[in-house]
Write a protein that binds this ligand. Structure first.
Ligand code: SF4
Ligand code: SF4
Length: 330
C-alpha cells in the first residue's frame, strides 16, 4: 500500500515535469543582451569590470534545483500524509532552508516567480527560463493533489518562521481572516507592478522579500529590520508572513481548496475530542478537521492526537515484539 502511494506521488511528479517541459519548450532561455560597450569602443585602456558581465548561471544548476524541488516536494508529502512524522519533516525543513535559502540564496523561488510568469504571459518579448516555470508550477500541482506540501517542509521562507515559533499565541479567528486578505491584495499589486511597461516594471515581491537579505547575509537595512521584526513576531504568531503577506500562499490556498486529499488528523478514524485544534498554531482546524486552504502541512496536530500516539506506540511495540496489549490497541 505504502509503495503504491509513493509510486503514485513520484509518477504524478514525473508526469507533471515532463508535461511542463514539453509545453514550455517553446520558451528558449536567452542570455540578456550585454549592454555594456566593449572595452575597445571605450578606449583609453578601459577594462569593463567583471560585475557588468555576470557569468550565466550554469545550466546544470537549474537541473539540480529542479530535481531538488521535485524530491523535496515528494518527501514533504510522504512525511506528512503517510509517515505522519513531524520530526522528519523538521529535518527536511532544515535541509531545504540550508539549500534553497542560505546556499542558493533564496533564488529561484516560486513566490518571486509569480512576477516572471506574469510578465511572460503579457510580454511576448520576455524570455522566461524553464527553471522558473517549473518552480512556479510544481508546488501548485502538488497543492491540487495534496494541499500545501511546499509550505510544509520545502519553502525556506516558511521554514525559517516555522523554526522560531516557540510560544504560539492564538489569533482571533475574525482578525486572522481579515489579515489574511492582505495576501490577495499583495498578489494583485505584485502582478500589476510586474506587468507595467518595461521602463516602469517593478518586481516588488523580490524587492520587499523580508528574508532574502538574511539568506544572502546582506541587504538594505530597512528590509533586514522588517525581516527581523517578522521573525520576532513569528516566535509568538505562527508564520505571520505566510498567513498575512505571502502572495504565493494566496495562490496555494486557492489551489488546495480543491485538493484531492489532505491532512487527516487521526490516523484511521475521527475521534472528535478536539485536542488537535489547540495544537494548530495557524488556526487551520475548524470543526475538528484540517482546512486544506489554511493547513500549512506542519504535522503538529498528529502529536496531539491521542489515537495517533497510541497507534505509534503500538506499532513500535509490535515491531520490537514487546507487548501483546500493544498489538490489540493498534
Ligand atoms: S505561504 Fe508563502 S512563504 Fe509561507 S511557506 Fe507557503 S510559499 Fe512559503
Ligand atoms: S492542521 Fe494545523 S497543526 Fe495540523 S498539519 Fe495543518 S497547519 Fe499543522
Amino acid at each position: 500500500m505504502r509503495i503504491r502511494w509513493i509510486l503514485l506521488v513520484l509518477m504524478s511528479l514525473a508526469a507533471t515535469a515532463a508535461a511542463a517541459s514539453h509545453v514550455l519548450a517553446q520558451y528558449q532561455y536567452q542570455r540578456e543582451v550585454d549592454v555594456a560597450p566593449p572595452d575597445e569602443d571605450i578606449g583609453g585602456g578601459y577594462v569593463t569590470p567583471e560585475v557588468q558581465r555576470p557569468a550565466p548561471r550554469a545550466a546544470w544548476w537549474d537541473v539540480v534545483d529542479m530535481a531538488a524541488l521535485l524530491v523535496a516536494l515528494g518527501l514533504s508529502a510522504w512525511l506528512v500524509l503517510q509517515r505522519r512524522s513531524r520530526n522528519w519533516l523538521i529535518a527536511l525543513t532544515v535541509i531545504c532552508l540550508v539549500y534553497f535559502g542560505f546556499y542558493r540564496e533564496g533564488c529561484v523561488c516560486p513566490i518571486g516567480a509569480i512576477q516572471n510568469v506574469s510578465v511572460a504571459l503579457t510580454d511576448p518579448g520576455y524570455a522566461i527560463p524553464l527553471v522558473v516555470i517549473v518552480f512556479f508550477l510544481l508546488p501548485l500541482v502538488l497543492a491540487l493533489l495534496f494541499g500545501r506540501v511546499f509550505c510544509g517542509g520545502v519553502c525556506p521562507l516558511g521554514g525559517i518562521q516555522e523554526l522560531v515559533l516557540l510560544r504560539p499565541v492564538e489569533v482571533p479567528r475574525r482578525l486572522d481572516g481579515v489579515l489574511g486578505l492582505f495576501r490577495y491584495v499583495y498578489l494583485g499589486l505584485a502582478i500589476w507592478f510586474a506587468t507595467r511597461p518595461p521602463v516602469d516594471r517593478d518586481f516588488v515581491i523580490c524587492r520587499f522579500d523580508p528574508f532574502v537579505g538574511m539568506f544572502r547575509l546582506a541587504g538594505p537595512a530597512d528590509i533586514m529590520i522588517f525581516g527581523g521584526a517578522l521573525l520576532i513576531l513569528a516566535v509568538f504568531i505562527g508564520r505571520p508572513y505566510c498567513r498575512y503577506l505571502c502572495p504565493y500562499g494566496a495562490l496555494l490556498s486557492i489551489f488546495s481548496r480543491v485538493s484531492w486529499r489532505g491532512v487527516t488528523i487521526t490516523p484511521d478514524k475521527e475521534l472528535d475530542c478536539g485536542l488537535c485544534a489547540e495544537a494548530c498554531p495557524y488556526g487551520a482546524i475548524e470543526d475538528m478537521r484540517a482546512k486544506t486552504s489554511g493547513c500549512l502541512f506542519c504535522a503538529r496536530c498528529y502529536n496531539w492526537c491521542p489515537r495517533g500516539v497510541v497507534k505509534q506506540e503500538a506499532v513500535k511495540a509490535i515491531t520490537t515484539g514487546s507487548s501483546d496489549e500493544a498489538k490489540a490497541s493498534a
